[in-house]
Design a protein around this ligand. Structure first.
Ligand code: FAD
Ligand code: MLT
Ligand code: ZN
Length: 509
């Protein structure tokens, strides 16, 4: 979990921005007059600006202008933190009239450069809209402001014996509005499905300032086009999400986990089949980390490492979680599975370590969840979040490593590690290239190489993190020309002046 609200990161010096234009000529910069206008309806504590009567130093805007990885850097002069939907509406209406670009921002934990400006757009941060609006403990339907932090919502519903339908390593900082805007996947998707299913309704401020109230709490509502779906995964390019209604599942009565050490990656696929078959309805996660990812997690203090004899000869690891209704029944099933796996004639695993108490349960999860944090401590990560057939996970990692080696880039001062981890159950591989620095040489070696590899497997260049600023030029590897054309038409319809998160998802016209 991310401890501080905004994690301070060393700023990237070198190539300043990636893959997109640094200025947006068609849009206006925020001026002192704009700040004065905002001050008419926003509290002084809701405006942070280097302009106007109470200017602050630009350094105070760093947590908003720089992304979590220290890779993308905006130049906003002004951040507004409205407290109500009406305030959001007034800000957006003004920006529409003045043609000021707006970057909706949640917890700023996004990994594709979507949450920070390309130039000097206004940052509209939702962090001050953090109230739960209602919760029905019978239906499990939660209605919350978009700025509620995922962990706070988890804590809110826990005493009512419910959980959030999603969980991710950034839960201590990311916001539910940001989760919906990115259609975040995470660690529970295998069990609870995507947010396209769990979100029942949204309240959205459209790019002209109109409030679209679709905050329904109905499970069933077949009344024409389901507009809310358009905003799920739109990454703030079609409007600002201000409220979310979603279905929270009942808490499982019992959760267990086990980490399995595998002698070969080739065993992952048969293992997944076996585990699915034997655990059936209680299987809630099946997560993969390769050996290098595991070693980095341990090196950087994410969870307690296993004993040397437990990891000897392990090429990769799988974390299996069960969530079910009866502890003894689930434990029995998990123990039977382990016994079958270990006593089989051709064992798929070397060993399995079962958590015995809540602390061990968390520690095993930390080995998997903590990889992102570990990688960022190890160096600068080029993160590729791809959907490819499970059978190709290892090949994709190996081919990328070989490719970098052939370019002479695999060394201590260049690329240090090429690792793979991710959500096997969802066909989602996180391919991370960990380097000493962000350089164009490495970037050019990786792209379009990786995107072409993904396209050759008919995969997706973004399984769950989104397109942001990072992949606008790569969209065509996964989407047809016709699809992109219709995405552009939709963008034009909702946001004819192109003020809403410009240069994200779609390249600027
Ligand atoms: P931000 O980073 O602030 O914004 C992300 C995008 O959403 C931007 O385009 C922004 O403009 C837009 N946006 C934010 N709020 C709103 C709003 N209210 N209205 C409209 N648009 C908005 N992602 C996964 O999918 N699965 C994971 O398992 C996962 N694990 C992670 C682990 C770590 C340690 C980290 C750092 C990140 C991880 N991520 C993961 C990526 C990231 O956390 C998610 O994408 C998350 O949903 C972003 O939420 P946020 O509030 O931080 O949004
Ligand atoms: C994860 O699965 O850990 C997240 O998506 C973050 C990452 O890719 O590093
Ligand atoms: Zn992930």
């Amino acid at each position: 979990m991310l401890a501080p609200r905004f994690v301070a990161r060393q700023l990237f010096v070198g190539v300043r921005r990636w893959n997109h234009t640094p200025a947006i000529p068609a849009l206006s910069p925020v001026t002192e007059q704009d700040v004065a206008h905002f001050a008419k309806f926003l509290a002084p504590t809701s405006i942070f600006s280097t302009l106007g009567p109470n200017p602050i130093p630009i350094s105070e805007l760093s947590p908003y202008n720089n992304d979590w990885m220290g890779k993308y850097h905006g130049k906003a002069t002004t951040v507004v933190k409205p407290k109500t939907t009406e305030e959001v509406s007034k800000i957006v209406k003004h920006c529409c009239e003045r043609r000021i670009g707006i970057v909706p921002q949640g917890g700023n934990t996004g990994l594709v450069g979507g949450s920070v400006p390309i130039g000097n757009e206004l940052i509209l941060n939702l962090g001050s809209m953090s109230k739960v609006r209602s919760f029905d403990p019978v239906s499990g339907i939660l209605v919350a402001d978009a700025g509620c932090i995922l962990q706070s919502l988890t804590d809110y519903v826990a005493p009512h014996n419910h959980i959030m339908p999603l969980d991710l390593g950034a839960k201590g900082s990311c916001q539910i509005g940001g989760n919906v805007a990115t259609n975040a996947g995470g660690l529970r998707l295998l069990r609870y499905g995507s947010l396209h299913g769990s979100v029942l309704g949204l309240e959205v401020v459209l790019p002209d300032g109109t409030i679209l109230d679709q905050l329904t709490t109905l499970r069933k509502d077949n009344t024409g086009y389901d507009l809310k779906q358009l905003f799920i995964g739109a990454e703030g390019t079609l409007g600002v999400i201000t409220g979310v209604s979603l279905l929270t599942p009942p808490s499982p009565q019992a959760s267990n986990n086990v980490i399995l050490a595998l002698p070969s990656f080739d065993n992952v696929l048969p293992l997944y089949k076996t585990v699915k078959q034997q655990l059936s309805e209680i299987l809630s996660a099946f997560e993969f980390i390769d050996r290098t990812a595991y070693d980095l997690a341990v090196k950087h203090g994410q969870g307690r490492g296993l004993h040397d004899d437990e990891i000897e000869g392990a090429e990769c690891f799988v974390l299996v979680e069960t969530s079910g209704g009866r502890r003894e029944h689930d434990e029995q099933k998990l123990n039977d599975l382990l016994e079958n796996l270990l006593t089989s004639d051709e064992p798929l695993i070397n060993t399995g370590v079962l958590s015995q108490n809540p602390a061990q349960f968390s520690s095993l999860w930390a080995l998997r969840e903590g990889v992102t944090e570990a990688v960022s401590k190890e160096g600068k990560a080029y993160k590729y979040d791809i959907s490819v057939p499970l059978s190709t996970f290892k090949d994709v990692v190996d081919l990328t490593r070989e490719h970098l080696k052939s370019k002479g880039l695999l060394h201590e001062k260049g690329v240090k590690h090429v690792i793979g981890y991710g959500h096997v159950g969802d066909g989602n591989l996180h391919l991370n290239v960990v380097a000493d620095a962000y350089t164009l040489e490495i970037q050019n070696a990786l792209e379009p190489f990786i995107y072409e590899l993904v396209a050759s497997h008919k995969g997706s260049v973004s399984a769950e993190h989104g397109i942001g600023a990072m992949k606008t030029h790569a969209l065509h590897y996964s989407k047809s020309g016709v699809s992109i054309e219709w995405m552009k038409k939709l963008k034009q319809l909702f946001d004819p002046h192109g003020i809403m998160n410009p240069g994200k998802v779609l390249e600027m016209p």
